[in-house]
Design a protein around this ligand. Structure first.
Ligand code: ZN
Length: 188
């Protein structure tokens, strides 16, 4: 479906799903293939996410690739100006200007591959991913496996009761659940 080398026109690919669905693994797979094709690849993540590494994107299955950490989406425009392919992980942690940044990158002929959580722990759309889905040429939804029942899972269950929308963590405070097993604890 996707040609490997940009042909003068850019585009946006979004990889989204719950935690533990393999989003970062799929992002790394595409970026490594671009590197094999000798394309100039620049990879970014927000500075909120330093769970595993400051200078790499790391997947739960321990694949990794070098990345730069930025504190705002606008920094990407300058840092990626020589790139053919731009990878962005954990896009849900950027402000809404990530949408315009991705448009500008794609308009200037770059292939932009963005990965992020499409729902928060309440099962609500997690901005700015819905806006990115609307403008993307290609969308991949990755599903995890529900740890309760084994069905395909598209939700992230938070196992503690912190009411903040963003609590950065991994298997200790989150797990994948399907819509039937996902529980929302309100007013606790
Ligand atoms: Zn389930």
């Amino acid at each position: 479906m996707l040609s490997i080398a940009p042909t003068g026109t850019g585009w946006i690919e979004v990889i989204c799903g719950s935690m533990f669905s393999g989003k970062t693994e799929e992002l790394i797979r595409r970026l490594k293939r671009a590197e094999i094709a000798k394309l100039n690849v620049s990879i970014f993540k927000p500075n909120i996410d330093d769970r595993f590494s400051k200078d790499h994107i790391v997947s739960h299955n321990e694949q990794k690739i070098s990345s730069m950490t930025v504190s705002s989406a606008s920094e990407i425009l300058e840092l990626a100006k020589d790139a053919d392919v731009v990878g962005i992980d954990e896009a849900q942690f950027f402000e809404s200007d990530i949408v315009d940044v991705c448009q500008q990158l794609a308009d200037s002929g770059k292939r932009v591959i963005v990965a992020g959580l499409d729902q928060d722990y309440m099962g609500k759309p997690f901005e700015p991913i819905p806006q990115l889905l609307a403008i993307a040429e290609y969308i991949t939804k990755t599903l995890a496996i529900c740890v309760k029942c084994g069905r395909p899972a598209n939700r992230t269950q938070r196992l503690n009761t912190d009411p903040k929308r963003v609590v950065v963590g991994s298997g200790d405070i989150y797990e994948a659940r399907c819509r039937f097993c996902h529980e929302i604890f309100e007013n606790r």
